[in-house]
Design a protein around this ligand. Sequence first.
Ligand code: MN
Ligand code: MN
Length: 359
Amino acid sequence: MSKQAQLIQALKQEGTGAAVLSDPVSINYLTGFYSDPHERLMLLFLFADTEPLLFLPELDALRAKSIVDFPVVGYIDSENPWAKIKSLLAKTDYSKVALEFDHLNVSKFKGLEHIFSGQFTDLTPLINQMRLIKSPDEIRKLLIAGGLADKAVQIGFDHISLDACETDIIAQIEFGMKKQGVDKMSFETMVLTGSNAANPHGIPANNKIENNSLLLFDLGVESKGYVSDMTRTVAVGQPDPFKKDIYNICLEAQLTALDFIKPGVTAAQVDQAARAVIEKAGYGEYFNHRLGHGIGMSVHEFPSIMAGNDLVLEEGMCFSVEPGIYIPEKVGVRIEDCGYVTKNGFEVFTKTPKELLYF
Ligand code: MN
Ligand code: MN
């Protein structure tokens, strides 16, 4: 059954007559068509009793029509999109209409209030639940995106130089990926040297790569609508034994968690498996974020791998495992792979080696 059919079936079961999707990522998930409409209006209408409608800016209509197999209607900038939508819909008096509460903004909500008369319910939990378990086809796409991240980080490694600054290396990585046909990185590439890596959300700048220090790469690429996200920390020169110790503790935490994951364990238990290693070594307070986040069409989605999340993991769930140790002014290490839960374990999408690499 298609994802659209699955969603419509779930809506029918709860007596919801119509759903309106506004998040371009959700629309892509359900139709295979992606566009960022910026400030313009793009809505996907799904109905329990009639065929769907994709309503969007006219400049995207032709491409959408070549991808989806149901009515697509465009509007031009000088038209009133809400009046046009109202004229297109045969029926608007559904008792329940589901909207993406986490995405829809207030002005679009007001527009929809003028069209539908029923009660508005939240579609976000249902979409999140559907996106939680990836199909084999989605996992294939995530593996391709992961393979491209491996290539991207290798380009970064190839450009490590004491003459370069963080942003020089980022420019080389992104230039190299563009040349390979990658449309875009899945988030802003991070290359952080020395103590700048000690800030989990450090900002790359014109800092020269430090010698005898650790260098952190956090990057991902987007491919066919699916994204990757990986972090590697490498040695430049000969970091002192303390830095190497911190690296090895972080690596042990990551490998312990990767080994622990299988269907039936909870997200909180996975987080704890990694955290226990870092706590035992005495650095628990310096691992100050959750172990991981779901990944798919978005870089951050469900499930959240953290304390308090008792979600039981199932085959097909995809998420990151990214312990970090950040000691302010001194050293920062993070090691991150995303992967998917298999029948009896966990397979990663990114394969770049993890023993400490020296440059
Ligand atoms: Mn991540
Ligand atoms: Mn990352």
